[in-house]
Design a protein around this ligand. Structure first.
Ligand SMILES: Cc1cc2nc3c(=O)[nH]c(=O)nc-3n(C[C@H](O)[C@H](O)[C@H](O)COP(=O)(O)O)c2cc1C
Length: 471
């Protein structure tokens, strides 16, 4: 059977997101991001186009690597100002029935206990449509704002993340049994205390003693997204992720990245098909190829090259402010996003990038490839990407909001549906059920399942103590 293409809109609670300078375009409305109507309108458009979800990026800290100052980021509106991504989700959930929400939250600056409750609350309020993009951050500016001298080293961040996951799995999966909440008016028992279990976690980085505060939500553990591409990042993704997000300019890089990832997933005893891989993608569509090309030229005239290099500097931890346009981009290894510098250097040795070319490229859709053309051409290209790289779907960037998504829904979605490679309607259930066709909960051999209690417990688990036993 032909693979069904999965689609997320890629967005962030700020202006412009992946297209620096485009907020100046006369038709762009992204500076309305501070209003709820902006988000509810977008959610309705995406659900009309049967998008699987909206994927909300978030970065704690400002992009102040460029010129060792936040000024260029502030001037160009490069992912600052930026609001909290979680707070817009309930409003979007209220006006939709099926759209999923993948929200990026860094685990580096929030203890697992309150974070687990926030995710459970969102899972309740969205009726099981929440996903979490697990990130550890990459900006020193965030670490400094949080009282640290600099961010924790790249590989150590993944070690901390491993333990963080163990804690939140214990809270989400192991603290409350499915039938703990009785709401029994006759006996006056709201919750049966013998079915609520204290988590007693004492590890290297976290100590947590207590019961989870939220009652069981539809999915318990949110659908887990991850976007690390380094070897540590891929090992983490292979162990935990249900959806992986990759971003690179060419199929030559994306294909082998996915092959390595699926191998690692299999090595962890999981079915490689249990992980959906989304590629960052930019689509500029028109009624005809010529109309789409005209639109690209129009968009290009609003790109901020300085803004593009602010992004590149932040992702890579390399200050590009003193570079000339013709300077060649060279590889270095530091504590920022490894894949961000790799994709313009060692990941494709046949392609040499100058700083000017990188700025041009990032100006439209960040580090994603760009497809320009008629609906037929766009559909051909999307199919080719899936066929040649083994992607499952795309996180679509926008250039002009809401034009990019309205055009995609009106022009490309019907073409994909006509070809039988995109759903005509949603399937029922939680986000996890819609994506994987299974139940709403994570199943063994996923590590989260180890902490489950009661009827669904996996035997041999190391389980937390019941609350009643403490009394
Ligand atoms: C396509 C893509 C999107 C990402 N989105 C975010 C984000 O929204 N917030 C964030 O803090 N990190 C984000 N990251 C960074 C990753 O989560 C990860 O921390 C980073 O890639 C470092 O891991 P690596 O060196 O293993 O690639 C993203 C990375 C990629 C490739």
């Amino acid at each position: 059977m032909t693979k069904q293409i999965r689609l997320n809109a890629f967005d962030m609670n700020c202006v412009g997101h992946q297209s620096p300078g485009l907020w100046r375009h006369p038709r762009d409305t992204s500076s309305n991001y501070t209003s709820l109507a902006y988000w509810t309108d977008l959610a309705r458009t995406l659900e009309r186009g049967k998008f699987d979800g909206i994927f909300l990026a978030d970065v704690m800290g400002v992009y102040d690597v460029y010129g060792s100052s936040p000024d260029a980021a502030l001037r160009n509106g490069v992912q600052v100002p930026v609001n909290d991504p979680t707070l817009i989700i309930p409003a979007m959930a209220a006006v939709t029935e099926h759209l999923g929400f993948g929200v990026t939250c860094t685990l580096s600056y929030e203890p697992p206990y309150p974070f687990a409750r926030r995710m459970s609350t969102l899972d309740h309020l969205t009726n099981g449509r929440i996903g979490w993009n697990i990130v550890t951050g990459y900006l020193d500016s965030a670490a400094k704002a949080m009282g640290q001298a600099r961010q924790v080293a790249h590989d150590t961040r993944y070690e901390i993340a491993e333990e963080y996951m163990e804690v939140v799995y214990k809270l989400w999966e192991g603290s409350w049994e499915d039938d703990a909440v009785r709401r029994d008016r006759a006996s006056g028992i709201y919750t049966d205390p013998s079915k609520v279990h204290r988590v007693a976690h004492h590890g290297t980085y976290f100590d947590v003693e207590g019961i989870h505060l939220s009652e069981p939500s539809p999915q318990r553990t949110p659908v887990l997204y991850q976007a690390g591409s380094s070897s540590k990042g891929q090992a983490f993704a292979a162990g935990h992720s249900e959806c992986v997000f990759v971003g690179a300019p060419s199929r030559q890089i994306v294909g082998p990245t996915i092959a390595r990832l699926r191998k690692q997933v299999a090595a962890q005893g999981r079915d490689p098909a249990d992980v959906l891989v989304f590629g960052m993608m930019t689509v500029i569509v028109g009624e005809t190829d010529e109309a789409a090309l005209r639109r690209l030229e129009d968009y290009k005239s609003y790109v901020s090259h300085e803004g593009a290099l602010v992004l590149m500097s932040g992702w890579t931890g390399i200050d590009f402010s003193g570079c000339k346009s013709e300077d060649v981009v060279r590889h270095i290894r530091n504590d920022a996003v490894h894949s961000a510098i790799d994709r313009f250097t060692i990941a494709d040795p046949d392609r040499i990038w100058t700083v000017g070319e990188v700025a041009d490229f990032i100006g439209i859709g960040g580090a994603s490839p760009v497809i320009v053309g008629s609906p037929g051409r766009v559909a051909d290209e999307l199919e080719a990407w899936i066929r040649e790289t083994d992607l499952d779907g795309f996180n679509l960037t926008y250039q002009v909001m809401p034009e990019t998504f309205v055009d995609f829904v009106d022009l490309v979605v019907p073409e994909l549906q006509r070809r039988g490679i995109y759903k005509r309607d949603y399937s029922p259930g939680s986000l996890r059920e819609k994506l994987f066709g299974s139940g709403p909960r994570l199943r063994a051999p996923h590590p989260a399942a180890r902490y489950r209690r009661g009827a669904e417990a996996v035997t041999g688990d190391i389980l937390p103590e019941p609350v009643a036993a403490l009394r």
